[in-house]
Design a protein around this ligand. Structure first.
Ligand code: SF4
Ligand code: SF4
Length: 112
């Protein structure tokens, strides 16, 4: 017991000093979604397959689409990423999503 206590004093901590030290998320981590409007063809497969109804695709003109993503409803399953035939959606390593006002979690992605 004493050996374990003394040993742990000199060991590197298993935890990170977050938020002072940024986290390196692993590859393919399912964090905040990214949307690439220039790739979207408006098929709405992402909307159809989303289990929580967190994503809405709106047509802006003939070939332009925007994505409305409600990050407070999203469960970060990345089903929409898998369903998209054009790779217009991607899961990022961004996990810093906390907001005091939940309305800020409704995000609109559109081309500039
Ligand atoms: S990650 Fe899952 S819950 Fe979030 S928008 Fe995509 S399909 Fe819906
Ligand atoms: S599945 Fe992909 S291409 Fe189809 S509407 Fe969604 S983001 Fe656009």
């Amino acid at each position: 017991m004493l050996r374990e206590v003394l040993g742990s004093i000199f060991k590197k901590p298993a935890t990170n000093r977050y938020p002072a030290q940024k986290l390196d998320m692993p590859d393919k981590y399912r964090g905040k979604l990214k949307f690439y409007p220039q790739k979207c063809i408006g098929c709405k497969l992402c909307m159809k397959d989303c289990p929580t109804g967190a994503i809405t695709i709106n047509k802006l003109d003939e070939k332009k689409f925007e994505a409305l993503i409600d990050l407070s409803r999203c469960i970060y399953c990345a089903q929409c990423v898998d369903s998209c035939p054009k790779k217009a959606l991607e899961a990022s390593g961004d996990v810093e999503l906390a907001q005091l006002d939940y309305k800020k979690l409704k995000v609109v992605f559109r081309a500039d």
